[in-house]
Design a protein around this ligand. Structure first.
Ligand SMILES: [Zn+2]
Ligand SMILES: [Zn+2]
Length: 202
């Protein structure tokens, strides 16, 4: 007797899906995410990734050829895979309030509380002006090739991207500067940490 598990069925359904970009006819889709990683910043401007804990937030999907952002029938940006699959199948979308608040945001996050690491030589300390948290995260954009003419690709390839912003890991306050506002330039981070976190002052 033939048995089908949920995964087998899903794979079969996905194989039938095709994408054709309405702008250029492209057949591939990129998934864009913002990834967050804990960082340590040093006086000389170097940034070190703190640990293997990371968090990811889906931002959008786009055509792999022309970068057209995939939007649904109401011109809303599609941000999660179930919605993308429905859109590829030309099924009506499910209203946000029916899906539940958290739907559309996929996160991987450790439930472990990491100790604040000892300061290494030349390392600048971060103290969140909002909550006193001491872990600084860098958020950066990545684009992953997730779909081609045969459907979802098995081993997506991710391309690192530009920084989006820096934030406090504890309260998600986004680091902002009086002059620049929220910034994504690591070079602004060093003077900011020196000017705004008391422990770094001489
Ligand atoms: Zn296109
Ligand atoms: Zn904070």
């Amino acid at each position: 007797m033939e048995e089908k598990n949920a995964t087998g069925e899903l794979e079969q359904q996905q194989q039938e899906l095709t994408f054709e970009c309405p702008k250029c006819g492209g057949k591939a889709i990129y998934e864009h995410e913002v990834n967050y990683e804990n960082i340590y910043v040093f006086e000389n401007g170097e940034i070190e990734i703190g640990d293997d804990r990371w968090e990811s937030e889906k931002v959008k999907y786009s055509c792999g050829e022309c970068s057209w952002t995939i939007v649904d029938e109401d011109n809303c940006i599609i941000r999660d895979e179930p919605s993308l699959i429905r859109w590829l199948r030309k099924e009506p979308k499910i209203a946000r309030d029916e899906r539940g608040e958290d739907h559309g945001e996929v996160k991987w996050e450790s439930d472990q509380q990491y100790d604040i690491p000892y300061l290494q030589p030349g390392q600048l300390r971060f103290v969140c002006p909002n909550c006193g948290g001491e872990q600084l995260d860098a958020g950066y954009y990545t684009a992953t090739y997730v779909f081609d003419q045969d459907g979802f690709v098995e081993y997506p390839k991710t391309y690192g991207g530009d920084y989006k912003h820096f934030r406090c890991n504890a309260c998600r306050w986004i680091v902002e500067d009086e002059e620049y506002g929220q910034f994504n330039d690591p070079e602004i981070l060093v003077p900011w940490l020196k000017a705004n976190c008391d422990q770094n002052r001489d």
